[in-house]
Design a protein around this ligand. Structure first.
Ligand code: DON
Length: 435
């Protein structure tokens, strides 16, 4: 639908490179190999998945080895030739329904036949003179990024400094308040009357700031869901073309390799997206999110996502394109990259690579990447009442573009490169390319 409405190339041309990568294979990078290694035991449980993603001896593919996916090439070639009905109404849908049924799943042919794309107006807000344009519900990403930015706009982040205890304090409190709203008030807009305008109101951000004690950590248990009066391994890529059209895309199977099940003969992995719903109020999902009724499972409803493909504009022109995988942390990954560029003057690569922090209301914990905070900052935050989880591994794989220079300073000076791409250096996988 995006191609038909906004694209310039025929479907066959756009799909040809993906078909070739599936048919002829591609050489795995260290980041790809690490992902196969950590999911090998899980993939071994499904013979169709193991036949593709593990070597004949059952071992995972290593860096430098070639991954070939002939069934996927055939599925993509059929879609390329016949169009979307070949996926939603043909043999591919039959194979996926069969694979789901074989494992006790409840996917039906009608789920595919009745699927229709919804084109939704993006969520937007302003932040220090920039406009943020991001994903609307059923993703929570855009709303929650904007809610957090609205709160942060009232603090002099640039003066407080990146990674200082005061900056981390106000960021975590903004995240805490916004995630309680995310986890209790938002859901599929066809089912839930999302209080978007209330959550994006600058006055509401002011009310949140009034509740933030400048010297003490908040307590999540004291911050229970409010009534708003409403009824009760992911991939991100950022692109700008020669004409300045910007696209931010986040695509997900939910967990790494989704359900770990391949529909035999198709090369297509089934997702485990049901986990993005509230399976039971109060019970954490894969990403530790504790959510409410607004995101309860219902037929034909879409689960609430955190995906945050985002375009930041300045004076109506693209300034930054950004997004990431990372489950519930996608929102804070994207937000921190934006603040690192706008508030802390980092270049696009530094903004993406800078260590991350994350808070999602519950558990009442500040997650900190390795070397994310200095020891004295950790002590200051602990003294304010924060529980810090000093993680031993990183999260996310952001991909971004800055227009007109590598950093705000270079853009303001003028004469910087037209497009400046950066891919997260956390995992060696993915690239920033220009054509
Ligand atoms: O839509 C969501 O929020 C999740 N399904 C995203 C999962 C994800 O990013 C996994 N990758 N790390």
């Amino acid at each position: 639908m995006a191609r038909e409405k906004y694209g310039t190339l025929p479907r066959q041309d756009l799909m040809a490179p993906a078909i070739a990568y599936a048919k002829d294979g591609f050489i795995l990078d260290q980041g790809d190999a690490a992902s196969f290694a950590s999911n090998a035991a899980w993939l071994a449980k499904d013979p169709a998945a193991a036949a593709i993603f593990l070597k004949p001896d059952g071992k995972p593919y290593g860096a430098g080895e070639r991954l070939v996916q002939p069934d996927l090439a055939a599925s993509l070639a059929t879609i390329s030739e016949k169009g979307t009905d070949a996926f939603y109404k043909g043999a591919i849908a039959d194979a996926i329904v069969k694979a789901s049924g074989a494992k006790g799943g409840i996917l039906a042919k009608a789920d595919f036949e009745q699927y229709a794309v919804r084109e939704l107006k993006p969520v937007s807000c302003t932040y220090r003179g920039y406009e943020i344009v991001s994903s609307p519900p059923p993703s929570s990403g855009g709303v929650i990024i904007c809610e957090i930015l609205n709160v942060l706009e009232g603090y002099p982040l640039s003066y407080l400094g990146a990674g200082s205890a005061e900056t981390v304090h106000v960021m975590v409190e903004a995240m805490r308040h916004a995630y309680v709203d995310r986890n209790s008030a938002l859901g599929d807009p066809d089912f839930v009357d999302n209080p978007v305008s209330k959550l994006l109101d600058k006055g509401y951000a002011n009310d949140i700031r009034d509740k933030i004690d400048p010297f003490r950590a908040g307590v999540s248990q004291d911050l229970m869901p409010k009534g708003f009066g409403e009824s009760k391994e992911t991939t991100h890529y950022s692109i700008i073309d020669n004409d300045g059209n910007a696209v931010a895309v986040t695509y997900t199977l939910n967990g790494s390799f989704g359900a770990g099940v391949v529909a035999d003969g198709t090369g297509i992995l089934l997702n485990n997206e049901m986990d993005d719903f509230t399976q039971k109020p109060g019970v954490p999902n894969l990403y530790g999110l504790v959510q409410g009724e607004a995101n309860a499972i219902q037929p034909r409803k879409t689960p609430l996502s955190s995906m945050s493909p985002t375009i930041v504009t300045k004076d109506g022109k693209p300034f930054m394109v950004i997004g990431s995988p990372g489950g519930s942390r996608i929102i804070t990954i994207t937000l921190e990259a934006i603040a690192n560029v706008i508030d802390h003057g980092m270049n696009i690569q530094e903004a993406i690579d800078a260590p991350r922090i994350h808070h999602q209301w519950l558990p009442d914990t500040v997650y900190v990447e390795p070397f994310g905070l200095s020891p004295d900052t950790e002590k200051l935050l602990a003294g304010m009442g924060y529980h810090l989880d000093l993680a031993d591994s990183t999260w996310g794989q952001a991909a971004g573009i800055l227009v007109g220079g590598k950093s705000l300073a270079e853009i303001e000076k003028g004469g910087g490169a037209r497009y400046n791409g950066a891919i997260d250096s956390r995992a060696k996988s993915g690239e920033a390319l220009g054509y």
